[in-house]
Design a protein around this ligand. Structure first.
Ligand code: FAD
Length: 475
């Protein structure tokens, strides 16, 4: 029997960041990862300011992209045409943090973040069984640990095994998710400086995510409802192998075809908006996607998880009550889910104005569910063509679009309960180190309630600085 005091399940971005904190705090740990490699899918790509502060705290340097080349969300009928609209996502980050938000595909993130703790990661090791005996946790029959951290993602084993329920809608929408490379597409997109390209035409509705310029890495997400009447993933597994069909779909987003597409992987993604009703049970603690899942608007998923890991690591180091971890981070997950949902709904409104109305589509779907696919798709195309001719999209105003940077949510977390001190008070995470180190500025922004507030640097002295860079104001 091997004893590992702190056992992290899953070497995704969240498990790796937790590992870095444990290394820093001299907490003995191991990470078990069921796969033989770290995830090669680019999934998340936006690192918010709070995450960048955390990476700075851990001295992790990443090969970040130049954000200028990823500054826009563009809305197009087809790449190569004049955009229906384009919104810049550049903001003056210095108002909020001493670090800028950044862009890096998740696959590269994990490759770089594993450095420094590589010897602690055990690949090909799946956790399949957990038992509790006295205060010891027994795992897979041959390992014991004092604490077990479920960083094993939304479909992970730990939460399921602990029978912790998810609250919310696990199945908002399903997408075909394609990871591919194309240098030609990089060239076609150069004029737009886009991070996301939303495509609305009568053949396809999709979002193209530009992940990496150097090697032309992309992902494209296509709502399954528009592709086929069937959203039962079992019935449409064959699509994944059909690379001719997949390349054809990608080309439908373009005015002129490209011929250098290399398909890396094709999968289905079930998007939900959920959080775990409990964040821990008997020293088994959920972190990251294991305790929440949210729509991608705002890029909160991975960022919220990384920030959970930071919060939890300090709680473990300082032997704080785990209830405080739950109280603080569950509220943040709920708030971020609300924001992500708000902008997911906005994306449906935009789609409705540009091509399709998801509610009408669902009615259509229920009528057509027993018809062959080609008939279903012909109907969708006809509907799309009619709307494409309609200039109704002009009614969408610029401020109706989807932002990328949410300073209040990123930096301005408030904890209403948890480890907020004997006198109570509101927690407001700030770039505290900048305030303490560099007092050149006379004020600093905080968002400790719904109104954006500025505080005088002088007031910092009336605040209590918590070791994880959160401060709370004394009442
Ligand atoms: C298409 C897409 C786009 C996204 N875009 C963004 C974005 O722009 N910004 C953002 O912040 N987030 C985004 N996300 C969300 C982001 O990818 C997740 O929030 C993030 O991966 C969560 O990290 P994690 O470490 O908690 O879990 P995961 O990345 O899911 O990692 C879990 C790890 O645990 C391992 N594991 C599972 N079960 C076991 C077991 N029993 N034993 C051992 N190991 C196990 C898995 O193999 C995996 O390596 C996106 C997600 C998707 C799918």
């Amino acid at each position: 029997m091997v004893h590992i005091p702190h056992l992290i399940v899953g070497a995704g971005p969240v498990g790796l960041i937790l590992g870095h904190y444990f290394k820093r705090f001299n907490i003995p740990f191991q990470i078990f990862e069921k796969q033989s490699f770290l995830s090669a899918h680019p999934s998340a790509h936006y690192l918010n300011m709070r995450t960048m502060e955390i990476l700075d705290e851990l001295n992790i340097q990443l090969p970040l992209e130049n954000i200028q080349h990823f500054s826009n969300y563009v809305y197009l009928r087809r790449i190569g045409e004049t955009p229906l609209n384009s919104t810049s996502q550049l903001i003056d980050y210095k108002q909020y943090s001493y670090t800028s938000y950044a862009h890096l595909p998740q696959s590269l993130f994990v490759q770089h973040v594993q450095q420094g703790i590589r010897d602690k990661i055990q690949l090909n090791t799946e956790i399949k069984k957990i038992e509790f005996k006295d205060k010891i946790i027994k795992v897979n029959d041959d390992i014991t640990c004092d604490y077990l951290y479920g960083c094993d993602g939304l479909n992970g084993f730990v939460r399921d095994y602990l029978k912790i329920k998810l609250i919310g809608n696990r199945d908002l929408q399903r997408f075909l998710n394609i990871h591919f490379t194309s240098k030609q597409l990089i060239n076609r997109l150069e004029q737009y400086n886009s991070m996301l390209s939303f495509i609305y035409n009568s053949d396809i509705t999709a979002v193209i995510i530009k992940h990496r310029i150097e090697d032309g890495t992309f992902a494209i997400q296509i709502p399954l409802d528009l592709l086929t009447g069937k959203t039962d993933i079992q019935q449409i597994q064959h699509i994944k192998q059909d690379h001719v069909l997949i390349k054809n779909l990608i080309n439908k987003t373009l005015l002129n075809q490209i011929n250098d597409i290399e398909i890396k992987s094709v999968g289905f993604w079930r998007m939900g908006a959920v959080y775990a009703e409990q964040y821990y049970k008997n020293n088994c603690i959920l972190v990251g996607d294991a305790c929440h899942g949210m729509p991608p608007a705002g890029g909160f998923g991975m960022n919220t998880g990384i920030q959970d890991a930071q919060n939890l690591a300090y709680k473990i180091k300082e032997q704080k009550d785990l209830l405080h971890y739950q109280q603080e981070r569950q509220q943040i997950a709920k708030d971020n889910i609300d924001t992500a949902l708000k902008y997911y709904n906005k994306s449906l409104d935009i789609a409705k104005a540009f091509t399709f109305d998801i509610n009408k589509l669902k009615t259509y779907q229920s009528f057509m569910k027993n018809t062959p696919d080609f008939l279903y798709q012909a109907g969708v195309k006809l509907g799309g063509s009619l709307i494409e001719l309609d200039p109704i999209y002009k009614r969408i105003k610029v401020n109706d679009y989807i932002p990328l940077v949410f300073p209040k949510e990123e930096i301005g977390f408030k904890y209403m309960s948890g480890d907020i001190g004997e006198n109570g008070g509101q927690l407001a995470p700030l770039a505290v180190r900048e305030i303490l180190k560099n007092r050149e500025r006379k004020w600093y922004s905080i968002n400790c309630d719904s109104n954006h507030q500025r505080i005088d640097i002088e007031n910092v002295n009336k605040m209590i600085v918590r070791s994880d860079m959160h401060i709370y104001q004394q009442q």
